[in-house]
Design a protein around this ligand. Structure first.
Ligand SMILES: C[S@@+](CC[C@H](N)C(=O)[O-])C[C@H]1O[C@@H](n2cnc3c(N)ncnc32)[C@H](O)[C@@H]1O
Ligand SMILES: Nc1c(NC[C@H](O)[C@H](O)[C@H](O)CO)[nH]c(=O)[nH]c1=O
Ligand SMILES: N[C@@H](Cc1ccc(O)cc1)C(=O)O
Ligand code: SF4
Length: 363
């Protein structure tokens, strides 16, 4: 029996994949990719059954003005750019009402780091949303925004998290993780918080009863060893806090991004890498039950294949998605549950609507 078959057999018997073994798996080419995917799919079935879940969510893009200039970002704008926007209270309230009227269960705010924002700004935004849509779960902010708010207000990140939670924040986005290797961060997002700060703030949130997603933004600049180091950091955090609700790989959308245009980034991950990222995440993150495929990044056909490679969740309907679109993603920026059901049933799986915390809604 080949070493790959032996390793996959051991993983299904409960062996914890080591970083060195994971690097080897990411380097596999040819038909062995499907053997890894099949093992991940078998593990998915053991863990969560044949469900494919999704959440009915809407983004509220607060502003695209940003003091940072991450190389992979096509969304952010600088003062004076022609299409700069920053929604006022009335607009945010109107969008929250629209979300409520669409029966979404989750509102996700996505925003640049506005030059005039401080902790009070985020508190106001979540208060307005909660006023207009009191039963809708607020899934917002992230360690970068928490650190920014803390610096601007001269308070601790823990104090910011407490203010946000009191104003209505229920779960934190695990974004701004990108690649949790500082040598990579210095190239792709030099002004962003470093790895240690991201880890500290996410653990603070988990410790304060604010769960979060976990993400990786891959396929721009980094290598396989960086992917594995990133996954190992997430697994260690989950061993300690149990605060991650799921893992969301974000495949780099390249066309309209500064890093790609300057010739310093790849044209995104390959299809083999997208499949292996999902499959090896399933095998490596043995303490995170849900692996999501972000259809808005990969497209719905790759998303369907990822559901055969260890993924169990299709993420959100995403009314008003903009990050991927601004970065040049083609295809839809909203996915209707009817289409999600077609995908799930094509695979012989059952589509179920979930809450942000993965409680299943009645069928
Ligand atoms: C657009 S930012 C908004 C929140 C905040 N400004 C920040 O950077 O954390 C949210 C996340 O979108 C993801 N993202 C941004 N541009 C992307 C791209 N071109 N491809 C894939 N993901 C991207 C990154 O993981 C980033 O952390
Ligand atoms: N808001 C975006 C997300 N969010 C991730 C999921 O849709 C959902 O918010 C999470 O599973 C918690 O329920 N993912 C994207 O790829 N793009 C977005 O704009
Ligand atoms: N906002 C991120 C996606 C995202 C949001 C919330 C999450 O919990 C996870 C991922 C993007 O557009 O790429
Ligand atoms: S990824 Fe976030 S912080 Fe970076 S430039 Fe874009 S909006 Fe700003």
């Amino acid at each position: 029996m080949t070493t790959l078959r032996l390793l996959l057999r051991d993983l299904l018997a409960g062996h914890r994949l080591t970083e060195e073994e994971a690097v080897r798996l990411f380097s596999v080419r040819g038909r062995d990719v499907w053997k890894i995917a099949a093992a991940a799919d078998e593990l998915r079935e053991e863990k969560v059954g044949d469900r494919v879940t999704y959440v009915r969510n809407q983004n509220i893009n607060v502003t695209n003005l940003c003091v940072n200039a991450c190389g992979f970002c096509g969304f952010s704008r600088k003062p004076g750019d022609p299409d700069v926007f920053c929604y006022d209270e009335a607009t945010i309230r109107e969008k929250a009402r629209a979300a409520r009227d669409r029966s979404v269960t989750e509102i996700c705010t996505v925003s640049g780091l506005h030059p005039e924002f401080d902790a009070r700004s985020y508190v106001n935004i979540y208060s307005w949303i909660r006023d207009e849509a009191p039963t809708v779960h607020i899934h917002a902010s992230n360690p970068m925004e928490v650190a920014y708010a803390a610096r601007k207000s001269g308070i601790s990140t823990r104090e910011v998290l407490g203010m946000m939670k009191s104003a209505g924040l229920s779960t934190l986005c695990g974004t701004a993780a990108e690649i949790l290797v500082d040598d990579v961060r210095r190239v792709i997002c030099p002004e962003k918080i470093d790895t240690e700060t991201w880890v500290r703030i996410i653990k603070e949130a988990h410790g304060m009863g604010i769960p979060s997603t976990a993400t990786i933004m891959y396929g721009a600049y980094e290598g396989v060893a960086d992917w594995v180091r990133h996954l190992a950091i997430l697994r260690d955090i989950q061993d300690e806090t149990g605060g991650f609700t799921e893992f969301v790989p974000l495949s780099f959308v390249h066309p309209n991004t500064p890093l790609y245009r300057a010739g310093h980034a790849r044209a995104g991950a390959t299809g083999r890498e997208d499949i292996l990222m999902v499959a090896i995440a399933r095998l490596f993150l043995d303490n995170i039950d849900h692996i999501q495929v972000s259809w808005v990044k990969t497209g719905t056909k790759m998303a369907e294949m990822a559901l055969l490679a260890g993924a169990d969740d299709l993420g959100g309907t995403l009314y008003e998605e903009s990050i991927s679109r601004e970065a040049g993603a083609r295809g839809t920026s909203y996915l209707d549950p009817i289409e999600m059901r077609r995908i799930a049933e094509d695979l012989g799986r059952t589509l179920r609507q979930r809450t942000t915390l993965y409680a299943l809604l009645p069928e």
